[in-house]
Design a protein around this ligand. Structure first.
Ligand code: GTP
Ligand code: MG
Length: 468
């Protein structure tokens, strides 16, 4: 996928990499080339227009970043906007609902629904350790039911029999009962394909949807149809709210217009990509990875990474230097720590990288405490402070606290809690502000594990005393 787009984009981006300063004039040609490249990839016109407008706005409104050349900054902007266009981050299936979680697959004829049903079953079984059952409500095409049985057997998903003489609704209701009895986690429902999105198809699937109330309603669509894929998904979504889209046959699609258009046109996330006929050829959709792929794995990507590393490193070094010189750890620094943590994939991603922290019990405890939410709250409080306050924690007094609390819609008690947490972090930072600090920091983080064992929650910073 994206071969031609990649080639064209890298070429045009290389041109801007050399230039002096980003101005309306010198990005004009490159923007035109990027626009052509997107249209050739069969990205829908309105999506392309909006993309170009945003890149232009960002490029011209760029704050001067000393660590970036204008060309680097431009590439970074294109990368960020590409990622945003596809939805920022991977959205997975909602498997938290009461089992059996029903996943309804819909789509046009030959889109790949039946194949995808088996692929998804395999994926959930192997990667998420779920007990998955499948059922076919396709009573129209001869052998459709048999086809699902065959592929289900191949992936080791339990197939629930149905007959072409039954009504789709009856089949599905019966299947749900069976899935309950057998304690299945997930029930995947394959449906009949139609030639077009017509009233018959919508009527039947609406009826099914109403009767079954699936947790996930996924539209399966052939990527090779380009921007049409996005348009059919939209037509479907207008009649019946989708929870996501699965793009199939991306292995045969050199252009990539569907992947780039679906999110912008439907507002719904692409959740998976089908990448081949084999039943293991299904991958979760990660916008940032796809953006990386589009920009090529070569020089452009490493450039983007280097830029991000530079920005982070510069900030981290500045803080370390300040602390070493006896400066204090202020709210601004605290905010930056949170940002860095988010970049590492949040608290969970961060802990995953630490030795000894992969234990399921610990992970559960952390998930319960919901550190992501706590961090968001703390970030909001700091953002509600003035710059002066962020740099001078000593300024805090009752009236300031009251104003800050009002500014972020929280209680003064929450602000007090943040201040306490800040003081604790500042103390810790002081200890680590010497060359061997990082090693010590790691060891002390390792020590958190013990705190969990004792049931004491995650220390002062991530106490779970106010989970909602
Ligand atoms: N190359 C490739 N082929 C795929 C992919 N997904 C499905 N196919 C093929 O597409 C064809 C149709 O797939 P099905 O799963 O039968 O499609 P369907 O939507 O169930 O079709 P109907 O039930 O007739 O509406 C089959 O030959 C599949 O092997 C994919 O990701 N890549
Ligand atoms: Mg089918």
């Amino acid at each position: 996928m994206f071969d031609t787009l990649t080639e064209r984009l890298t070429q045009s981006l290389r041109n801007v990499t050399g230039s002096g300063q980003l101005t309306e004039d010198n990005i004009k040609d490159t923007l035109r080339e990027v626009r052509m490249a997107l249209l050739e990839a069969d990205v829908a016109l309105p999506v392309t227009r909006e993309f170009i407008a945003k890149v232009k706005e960002e490029a011209l409104g760029q704050e001067v970043m000393t660590q970036l050349s204008p060309g680097q900054a431009f590439v970074k902007i294109v990368y960020d906007e590409l990622t945003k266009m596809m939805g920022e981050a991977n959205e997975s299936l909602d498997l938290a609902a009461k089992p059996p979680v029903v996943v309804l697959l819909a789509g046009l004829q030959g889109a790949g629904k039946t194949t995808t049903a088996a692929k998804l079953a395999r994926y959930l079984k192997e990667r998420q350790k779920k007990k998955v059952m499948t059922v076919s409500a396709d009573v129209y095409r001869p052998a459709a039911i048999k086809q699902l049985e065959t592929v289900s057997n191949e992936v080791g998903a339990e197939f629930i029999h149905s007959e072409a003489t039954e009504k789709p609704i009856d089949i599905v209701n019966r299947a749900i009962e069976q899935a309950k009895i057998k304690f299945a986690d997930v029930l995947i429902v394959d449906t009949a394909g139609r030639l077009h999105i017509d009233d018959d198809m919508m009527g039947e699937i609406k009826e099914l949807h109403a009767a079954v109330k699936p947790t996930e309603t996924l539209f399966v669509v052939d990527a090779m149809t380009g921007q049409d894929a996005a348009n059919t998904a939209k037509a479907f979504n207008d009649a019946l709210p989708l929870t996501g889209v699965i793009l199939t046959k991306t292995d045969g699609d050199a252009r990539g217009g569907a992947a780039l258009s679906v999110r912008a046109i439907t507002g719904k996330p692409i959740k998976f990509l089908g990448m081949g006929e084999k039943l293991d050829a299904l991958e979760p959709f990660h916008p940032e990875r796809v953006a990386q792929r589009i920009l090529g794995m070569g020089d452009v990507l490493s450039l983007v990474e280097e830029v991000e590393r530079k920005i982070d490193k510069e900030k981290a070094e500045k803080m370390a230097k300040k602390l070493q010189k006896g400066g204090s750890f202020n709210f601004e620094d605290m905010l930056m720590q949170f940002e860095q943590m988010n970049k590492m994939g949040g608290m969970m991603g961060f802990l995953d990288k630490l030795p000894g922290m992969s234990n399921a019990g610990i992970q559960n405890a952390i998930e319960q405490a919901n550190p992501e939410k706590q961090i968001k709250k703390m970030e909001a409080i700091i953002q509600s402070m003035t710059i002066k306050e962020r740099r001078n924690p000593d300024l805090m007094n009752p009236s300031r606290k009251k104003r800050i609390a009002a500014g972020c819609g929280m209680d003064v008690a929450e602000v007090n809690k943040l201040i306490k947490q800040h003081a604790q972090m500042a103390k810790m930072m002081k200890k680590f502000a010497n060359p061997s600090g990082m090693a010590k920091m790691m060891r002390s983080l390792g020590g958190l594990q013990k705190q969990f064992g004792g049931g004491g929650g995650m220390g002062p910073l991530f106490g779970n005393n106010d989970k909602k």
